[in-house]
Design a protein around this ligand. Sequence first.
Ligand code: GLN
Length: 452
Amino acid sequence: AHLDRIAAVDERVHAFLHVDREGALAAARAVDEQRARGEELGPLAGVPVAVKDVIATRGIPTTAASKILEGWKPPYDATIVQRLRAAGTVMLGKTNMDEFAMGSSTEYSAYGPTNNPWDLGRIPGGSGGGSAASLAAYEAPLAIGTDTGGSIRQPGAVTGTVGAKPTYGGTSRYGLIAFSSSLDTPGPCARTVEDAALLHAVIAGHDPRDSTSIPQPVPDVVAAARRGAGGDLTGVKLGLVKEFAGEGAEPGVLAAFHESVEALVKLGAEVVEISCPHFEYALPAYYLIAPSEASSNLARFDGVRYGLRVGDDGNRSLEEVMSLTREAGFGPEVKRRIILGTYALSSGYYDAYYGQAQKVRTLITRDFTSAFERVDVLISPTTPFVAFPFGSRTSDPYQMYLADLYTIPTNLYGGPAISVPCGLSEGLPVGFQVMAPTMADDRMYRVAAALE
Ligand code: GLN
């Protein structure tokens, strides 16, 4: 049914870069056969899932929406993909995104944007716009995204779906094409909080192949989501981030957010206003740290190891081939990040830019830890504005970067955060963000589920 739905609507939505029809049907049949033989089935047996194209899938094209990886078929599965298969899920295909996950609208995909199912003239968010749109268009019931600065949560917010960024290190990065390694976090996208928790439980947990993977048991996120759905938040303290709840966001976004805060109070929660004075520096710190790490990570795309190679006619030097390949293979936003990052890391500037940004990161982490001494979770809108029309923020990169104003602090800290739909503004979905302490992903699910 989902393959039929994709065939019917994806020409208009363009959530997918690749649909693996044969693979999906074979996986579904395998589950049927297992069932017929009376074998024990995986926890998500037969449930279709869409996977962001930045995650390696064995034998299936993986491009990170870049021309430089066009035609590349990974020889291995990411750990997350292995776990999805072991759980019995059926992978439908690979979803569209901003090139190398750099962006907030999918307009930077080298293969054309994804359209928001709520209004095809508007962005579906980014970078994981394809995963979120596939859910909103009922092309998939579950999807995988990656969140470096908001790329799971912001697309969730603007498509009226649920997107959760787990604790950094709670989900394996093995097989994820690296953007900013100290921030990249794969996570679940779904239409309900409980569905997100079920997917979270399947993909999370220690992986010896990722050196930053946390060797601790995953909190019981499914039980927490079910408990929250019961609607009792007695004794739960919500910290309303003062800096994110006033001016700066669209009035309709703020109205929907504050209405939901009232609803949580009716369920027994207590709301405390919390000031996080360093959050306003998160965006500039992120746009030094993330491009610095990206400039290093993207050095591997040299025209030799994977995908595209340009100008290799036997007369050119290796360096000329590399530079022609990179010039032709990378899009404008990726080049901007590489240039920014290379500059920030260059000798003489390192301390002033990268070093300074790391210090700011520490101050932001302290804002979180001192807030969590007083409250259980922090809350804010997910993004300052609803889905915007195509082209309205591409001419000024800073306008695009603002989409992640409220999501980025969590990435710098490393804790979990989720976006849940909380009503409409001018007919378009608004997202409510719940941020929790590291490894308290269960707490985040409990509060999020109470909102539904
Ligand atoms: N929009 C942010 C960026 O462009 C976040 C990206 C992400 O989370 N992958 O870097």
